[in-house]
Design a protein around this ligand. Structure first.
Ligand code: FO1
Length: 316
């Protein structure tokens, strides 16, 4: 069975760990968001690629869901001693090794997809991890700060401001000029079906869909998603702040309607949202409800299994 998964952030990585446990024989390709990529101190950090690589490779900080386990921050403290920032972006010493190599290999002219493949040789995540594009795409957030409109890199809004300042605009800068990375469109076309894990619909899945060609390829595929919103609130992170910024209500139904029946064939919601199953605005989307809290790998595996079963049920 060939499964392709669009991924961004902690929820996606935990879902993928469940998927690998639920269907160990499946050939899984992950298309990772790179709009979050950030270059503190000139180091190229790819948070959403690294979260998948570390989680599936066994190196993740479980409590954070990002960065490495058993980390130290000696280098960051030394940089701060020189007055060098940003100190608010918690780069760990072990994590910096990944960013040094990614930066070095990119500078040598290797595309991000080749760099990601090389980094995964160490971590053996058990999936093929592809960046959505080898081209530069950055998510920028426009907001009112100190009484005037400013545009910040997503990470500054997300990490330094905790997305607490309302965003008037979220834009994947460069997406319209970007191309899907090698293998991305093929992975969508060759899959038996595609899954959207409970990732942020705006800054993770939404940014991947902004790369020309990807949304069209998905419309020709069977796509099943897992709601990142339960009972009107995001399970983790600040997806509500992102949804508000684009005028979408923070609900399981609104997110599915935002993706639309053109794209989405099936949608898993938590039992708290089971009234969504017959929502008229989701006509054309097969909605099922079940517990969606990934409280353990076993729970994530059951959710992944349910998503696979729904995809096999609705497959064209
Ligand atoms: N998230 C935080 O909330 N605080 C941090 O200091 C932080 C540092 C960080 C360093 C490397 C990395 O790969 C991810 C990091 N993240 C941090 C998470 C990151 O902001 C998010 O994972 C994504 O960009 C959103 O999904």
């Amino acid at each position: 069975m060939r499964i392709t998964v669009l991924a961004g952030g902690v929820g996606a990585a935990r879902f993928l760990r469940g998927l690998r446990a639920a269907v160990p024989a499946a050939d899984v390709t992950v298309i990772g968001n790179t709009g979050d990529d950030f270059t503190p101190f000139g180091l190229h950090v790819s948070p959403d690629l690294d979260t998948v690589m570390y989680t599936l490779g066994g190196g993740i900080s479980e409590e954070q869901g990002w960065g490495r386990a058993a980390e130290s921050h000696t280098v960051l403290a030394e940089l701060a001693a020189y007055g060098a920032g940003p100190g608010w972006f918690g780069l760990g010493d072990k994590d910096i090794a990944t960013h040094i190599l990614r930066t070095q290999w990119l500078a040598a002219g290797q595309p991000l997809s080749a760099v990601t493949r090389r980094l995964c040789e160490r971590w053996q995540p058990g999936v093929t991890l592809l960046p959505m594009s080898d081209d530069l795409v950055r998510t920028h957030v426009t907001l009112e700060l100190d009484g005037r409109p400013q545009t910040l890199h997503f990470q500054e809004w997300w990490v330094r401001l905790h997305a607490a300042v309302p965003a008037s605009r979220i834009e994947a800068v460069g997406a319209s000029e970007a191309s899907p990375a090698p293998g991305v469109l093929e992975a969508i076309a060759a899959a038996d079906f595609v899954l959207f894990p409970p990732s942020n619909p705006v800054v993770s899945i939404g940014v991947i869909l902004a790369v020309p060609g990807i949304a069209d390829a998905l419309r020709d595929q069977t796509v099943v998603g897992v709601s990142p919103i339960i009972g009107g609130a995001p399970v983790r992170g600040m997806a509500d702040a992102c949804l508000t910024a684009i005028g979408v209500q923070t609900s399981a139904a609104a997110v599915a309607a935002h993706y639309g029946a053109e794209l989405l064939d099936g949608w898993l919601v938590d039992d708290q949202d089971k009234d969504v199953v017959d929502a008229p605005e989701l006509a054309g989307i097969a909605v099922r409800s079940r517990p969606l809290y990934m409280t353990s790998v076993a729970a994530a595996a059951e959710i992944a299994r349910a998503a696979v079963d729904l995809a096999l049920e609705v497959r064209r």
